[in-house]
Structure formats: C-alpha cells, structure tokens
Design a binder for this molecule. Structure first.
Ligand code: 6PG
Length: 475
C-alpha cells in the first residue's frame, strides 16, 4: 500500500481531481467502473505524477495507505450510494470516504451517520470551480469530523486554489456542513448571475448599447468593486460573435435558463429555515419563468403601457446600473450568509462565516475581490446579525442608494423586468423599516382564525372577539 489518496469515478471531474493530486506530489490510486477510463488517464497523463491504477475496487482499496482516503466522484444520488455500499466492507476503522459531488446535505448527514456506525469517517465536501478548478485548484468545502480533517485537510488544502498564499479550503463543520455551504455558494451563484443579466438587460434596453459595447462596460467594471470571475466571463461572452451568423453570440442563444437543482435546494432550505433569501429565490424563479414557454406565449401580447427611458447622460446611467448591481449583490450575499448562520444554529455546525468568504476568494465560481470585505466584516464582529449592517457594507450600499432607486424605478416605468434588483431593494427597505405592515397581517390572522397577536405596549398573547363584542382577552 503506497497511495496517499484514491479517486474512484474518473469522469471529467474525478479525472481532473486525480491529476491535481498527482501534480501536487501525492501518489494517487485511481479506479473507474470501466477500466478503459483508468487506462486512458494513465496513458495520457501518467507523466504528471505518480498514479496507481487498479482494475478492481478491492485492489484499489488495498493500494491505499491507512487511514485510507477515498474520494468518490460519481453522480449524486443512487450511484453515490451504490459505490459507498461497495466500499464499506473493504474499509477498516478510521478510513475516510470523501464525497466530492454536489450531494444534497440531508443525504450527507444520513451517509455520515451510517458510516460512523462502521467506525468510518464520511466527508461530504463541496468542490467548486468546474473542470478547470478541479485540475488547477478549486475552492474546497469539506464537512465531517475534525479528526478526519487532521489527515485529509492538508492534502485538500495543498490542491486547492490559493489567494495571497492562503488555501481556499478549510474544515467547514460536522456531517452535512460542507455540502450545505456549497449549496448556498451555488444559490449565491444563481443570484449573482441573474443580477449581472439584469444589469446587461438594462444597458441593452435602457441605453440601447450593443452586446459588445456592454462587454466593454463589464470589462471596465471588472477593475473596481465588482471585480469577479462572473463579471470577467460576462465581458468575454458579450464580446463574442457567433461564427455562423456574425451576430452577437448572446443573441443566438435560446433565452431559457436551466438548472441542475442546487439553487432550488437553497430556496427550499431558505423556506424551511424561514430565512428571506429573496435574491436567490428571484434568481431561481427567473430561470423557471424563462423556461415557462406556454405561459410566455400566452402573455406575449399583453400590454405594457410603458414609458420610454430617456437617458440624458450615458456615463451617469452606466454608473447608476453599476451601483445598483453592487448594492443588490451585497444584499444577495448578506442573505446567503444569514442562511448559513441559521443553518449552523439549527444543525449545530458552528460555521465560521468569515472563513467561508475567505475560501471563496479563489477557485470557485463566485470568486471575487469583495469577499475579502466580507471576511473583514466577520472579523470585526463574529456574530454580526446582518452583513449589510456592517460599517463597510452599510456605507457602500448607502453610497449607491440613490442610483439603485433610480434604476429600479426607471426599469418599472420602462417595463424592463428586474426581479432581483427590485426585490433586493424591497428587502433593504423592509429590513431597515422601523415598522412593517406585518401588524395588519397578524390582525387579519386573528380576525379569521383566532390566531392571536402580541401587542407593542405590554407582554402577553391576545385575541379580540371579532365576531362578538370585539373585546380583547389574553389568550
Ligand atoms: C461550481 C458550480 C458547479 C456547477 C453548477 C451549475 O461551483 O463549480 O456551481 O457546481 O456549475 O452545478 O449549476 P446549474 O446547472 O444548476 O446552473
């Protein structure tokens, strides 16, 4: 036994992770259900490092040093369970099974429990950065026991992306914490993408700029507060011309956005925990709406009664959209970090939010300069109840507020849909409001269902006899 880590499942992500381990000097055991894939990996990339190929799972397990570390990189769901079931009888106490796919965190909690009963560690880990990241350094979000991290952590940290010499990998927390944080990462990814798309639409429709011109604007924005991977690739996409038609590439892509489900899970969990993640929810629903073909066809001739958007100062307009994008983005991240805090309390994970922002600075899809600011905010106040209430972000949002309001109001007048921009502004105004009309909702609930209410002026729970003489009694 000489391999320090093993990878089973050598489709593109598994293959690239295995190569990344090898390139970083680890001896890697590799296995795949059909041996041809294992052979081709070694034939094509064997010179990158030390691979130990095995045809059977038994030989693969036997080639690993103890405690064995096996990364399972197969499809989420039943295929993952099938591989785990095959592995368990071959492993010994203290060995570590790592699920690096996009598993749903309740599955990870279940698997962790099942393997713990066999004396095994199960580490559900988020891995972000796509194929490229897996090969050259992803952001890695491992859950599981602290004990498993002692031997596994240094290997994962070594192959992860690094920013300022700091690895984009840390122990997130017990059992499902790693996959949970990856799920929220993806939810934030949805929100970020939708906000960028709305900014593009505003510039396209409001300003009448061409796709390529907007690409240039995004490239410019990528030099400031908005500097991020997603803004950078947006600039590239918008400048790209379709070879077949000579049109802007974005104009020949069908406008129906798909999803594999992590955004949906994030929204479902937000509802379960009662955390208003409106930015992520609007972004997820925006994808659903785009794919609602019969509804879109039925609505195609509905009137808009729109007013035109007369842009007098191009630069000022662009700056307004930039400010609105940044403020909305801060709100979306603030909501996502709220969700992490709520889940951490609910499931007993003790997640360090500042550390999550730190490991998202490189490797992952939402990597961005401003994540440093989030880490700093949680360093200033570990239990910060609301990210946008941190002094830095409060100032940043306040500086862009007038722009944000102009953009949302103008979009409403012009009939340009901005679900994420406008719901983020509504969230901002609601969360800062001294008093909300929720009081009326409580009164209505009491009226029709005797659901009771509390009062502003004294303690207790009350009910008013709405159908009788309307006297109030303590419930
Ligand atoms: C990542 C990505 C990755 C994948 C998403 C895409 O962090 O590397 O988030 O996980 O690209 O699953 O999600 P949708 O297909 O749902 O858009």
């Amino acid at each position: 036994a000489r391999a320090q880590i093993g990878v089973t499942g050598l489709a593109v992500m598994g293959r690239n992770l295995a190569r990344n381990f090898a390139r970083n000097g680890f001896t890697v055991a590799v296995h795949n259900r059909s041996y041809a894939r294992t052979e081709s990996l070694v034939a094509e990339h064997g010179d990158e490092g030390d691979f130990v190929p095995s045809e059977s799972l038994e030989d693969f397990v036997a080639s690993l040093e103890r405690p064995r570390k096996v990364v399972v990189m197969v499809k989420a769901g039943a295929p993952t369970d099938a591989v785990i079931d095959e592995l368990v009888p071959l492993l010994e106490e203290g060995d570590i099974v790592v699920d690096a796919g996009n598993a749903h965190f309740p599955d990870t909690i279940r698997r962790e429990k099942a393997l713990a009963a066999h004396g095994l560690h199960f580490v559900g880990t988020g891995v972000s950065g796509g194929e490229e990241g897996a090969l050259n350094g992803p952001s890695i979000m491992p859950g599981g026991t602290a004990e498993s991290y002692e031997s596994l952590g240094p290997i994962l940290e070594k192959i992860s992306a690094h920013v300022d010499g700091v690895p984009c990998c840390t122990h997130v927390g017990p059992d499902g914490a790693g996959h949970f944080v990856k799920m929220v990462h993806n939810g934030i990814e949805y929100a970020d993408m939708q906000l960028i798309a709305e900014a593009y639409d505003l510039l396209r429709q409001g300003l009448g700029a061409s796709a390529a011109e907007i690409g240039d604007i995004f490239a410019e924005w990528n030099r400031g507060d908005l500097a991020s991977f997603l803004v950078e690739i947006t600039a590239e996409v918008l400048r790209h011309q379709d070879a077949a038609t000579g049109q802007a590439f974005v104009d020949v892509v069908l406008d129906q956005a798909e999803q594999k489900g992590t955004g949906r899970w994030t929204v479902q969990n937000g509802l379960d925990l009662g955390v208003p993640i409106t930015g992520i929810a609007e972004a997820t629903f925006a994808r659903s709406l785009s794919g609602s073909v019969p509804q879109r066809e039925a609505a195609a001739n509905l009137p808009g009664h729109t007013a035109g958007w007369e842009v007098k100062d191009r630069d000022a307009f662009v700056e307004d959209v930039r400010q609105a994008l940044y403020a909305s983005k801060v709100v979306a991240y603030s909501q996502g970090f709220d969700q992490i805090a709520a889940a951490s309390a609910e499931y007993g994970w003790n997640i360090d939010r500042g550390a999550m922002a730190r490991i998202w600075r490189g490797g992952c899809i939402i990597r961005a300069g401003f994540l440093n600011r989030i880490t700093e905010a949680y360093e200033r106040a570990e239990d910060l109840p609301l990210l946008i209430a941190d002094e830095y972000f409060a100032d940043a949002v306040s500086a862009g507020l007038a722009s944000w309001r102009r953009v949302v109001a103008g979009a409403a007048q012009a009939g340009i849909p901005t679900p994420a921009f406008s719901s983020s502004l509504a969230y901002y105004d609601a969360v800062r409001a001294p008093r909300l009309p929720a009081a009326l909702v409580q009164a209505q609930r009491d009226f029709f269902g005797a659901h009771t209410y509390r009062r502003t002026d004294r303690d207790g729970t009350f009910h008013t006899d709405w159908s009788g003489d309307r006297t109030e009694a303590e419930a």
